[in-house]
Design a protein around this ligand. Structure first.
Ligand SMILES: [Zn+2]
Length: 96
């Protein structure tokens, strides 16, 4: 799917719709001492193995595309996902 790299979406700081620039979202590195990381280690990597409950056996084939939208007026960043799984997406420049 082609996604326009500039979109007119709602900005919570300006409290109105403004032009936003879209960038692909990249997840940061997980902190080693956060509660989530420690509980995940406790659940999966401690003891004599066994099988933890609720672990997915089949991986999902596609991901929902996630973007960071930056307001061009106040430069506030908004996390934006398209709520649909898709194989391929590309940001396309749109002339306005
Ligand atoms: Zn704004």
């Amino acid at each position: 799917m082609k996604v326009p790299n500039q979109q007119n979406i709602y900005c919570p700081k300006c409290d109105k719709h403004t032009e936003h620039k879209l960038k692909l979202f990249k997840a940061g590195k997980a902190r080693a001492l956060s509660i989530g990381t420690r509980s995940n280690i406790r659940k999966h990597k401690k003891g004599y193995g066994g099988k933890a409950k609720h672990t997915a056996t089949v991986k999902k084939q596609n991901k929902k595309p996630a973007y960071i939208a930056e307001c061009m007026v106040c430069s506030r960043k908004v996390y934006l996902i398209i709520p649909k799984r898709m194989k391929k997406t590309e940001l396309v420049a749109v002339s306005r």
